[in-house]
Design a protein. Structure first.
Length: 339
């Protein structure tokens, strides 16, 4: 309990906390949250954690920050944020700053692989547990992170692409708009896309340029595409922000017949799927990843959990394909930072 908590905490609030911990046990399995919650109750002062993700301009990253802060309050962790700003150079400066300070644990989603290795290694050498989120800071055999929490990006790319191809009957002209090319999550999604389309000779891929998760770059690309290509049957985007930005351009050009698939299943995309503006998306569980990083860090400090002796080096945090049938439940779980 922090110094700001009142002794008159209501029975209802305690029950809600217990229910949240119980739900989290299911989500994070072997991390045994209720046991850790009991340990945290004996903590005399909050733990201090530093977090960074690719850039809070991206709704997935912004949601992750909210989730980390919510789970941090549950486990008495003060979270300090270092925004990556969707820029490898700016994130490197932020992580250099992070590495100059002392933390109980840190959690990082790198904008690009290999861009943060030196300051992260400095923190690891100082004995700070570093949790890698969503994309590789460096290959796992080259840097001793505490654990890597990420979805199966190849599965996500393949599953959405397969849904689009099935709807097209295996024939049509498609475009993939990629995220940042140095982001290992984007690399996996591209690999998943390619693994599907190569099975269908009737699918023609018109373009695969990256937009770096940037909605403005996406809009510019799609202004060009809609002028250049009189026929586009479907489009796969590496995240929902780019998908919805492109939809606005399609709408302005009266080209809303293009099937749209995305990744992340953020609330606006869930609504777009329910309304038919997007055909499909898949959940990249930002809340599970960022909340899981809190749990992993607390377990490392409070319970002494070690890599591969408690937490695996690589934890897969998958989410489902979102359809009209499961969209309401997905939205509820996101509202409570559960997936």
């Amino acid at each position: 309990m922090s110094g700001n908590d009142k002794p008159s905490t209501t029975r209802r609030n305690l029950l809600q906390a217990a229910a949240t911990a119980g739900a989290a046990t299911t989500l994070f399995g072997g991390l045994s949250i209720p046991a850790m919650a009991a340990e945290m109750a004996r903590s005399e002062k909050p733990l201090k954690a530093a977090f960074s993700n690719a850039g809070l301009q991206a709704t997935w990253c912004a949601q992750g920050k909210q989730a980390a802060e919510a789970w941090g309050k549950l486990f008495n962790v003060e979270v300090t944020w270092f925004d990556g700003q969707l820029d490898a150079v700016k994130q490197r400066a932020a992580i250099d700053n992070m590495a100059s300070q002392k933390w109980d644990f840190v959690a990082i989603q790198a904008f690009g692989i290999g861009t943060l290795t030196q300051p992260v290694q400095k923190m690891i050498d100082a004995g700070t547990p570093v949790i890698d989120m969503d994309t590789l800071i460096a290959p796992l055999d080259q840097i001793n992170v505490h654990s890597f929490l990420a979805p199966d990006n190849e599965f996500m790319g393949a599953s959405v692409t397969q849904a689009l191809v099935n709807q097209l009957g295996g024939k049509g002209k498609v475009i993939m708009t990629q995220g940042a090319l140095g982001h290992t999550g984007a690399q996996g999604r591209a690999k998943g896309f390619t693994s599907v389309v190569k099975q269908f000779p009737g699918i023609e891929v018109l373009d695969t340029q990256p937009a770096d998760w940037d909605v403005s770059k996406t809009a510019r690309l799609w202004e060009t595409y809609l002028t250049k290509y009189p026929q586009i049957d479907a489009a796969f985007f590496h995240n929902d922000d780019m998908a919805l930005a492109a939809y606005n351009i399609m709408k302005a050009h009266n080209r809303t017949n293009i099937l749209i698939g995305g990744v992340d299943a953020m609330p606006p995309a869930i609504q777009a799927v329910a309304e038919g503006r997007m055909f499909a998306t898949v959940r990249n569980p930002s809340c599970r990843i960022h909340g899981g990083a809190i749990v992993a860090g607390v377990a490392a400090i409070v319970s002494g959990e070690k890599t591969d002796k408690g937490i695996p080096k690589n934890v897969v945090t998958d989410g489902p394909v979102v359809t009209k049938a499961n969209a309401p439940g997905m939205q509820w779980m996101e509202d409570h930072f559960l997936i």
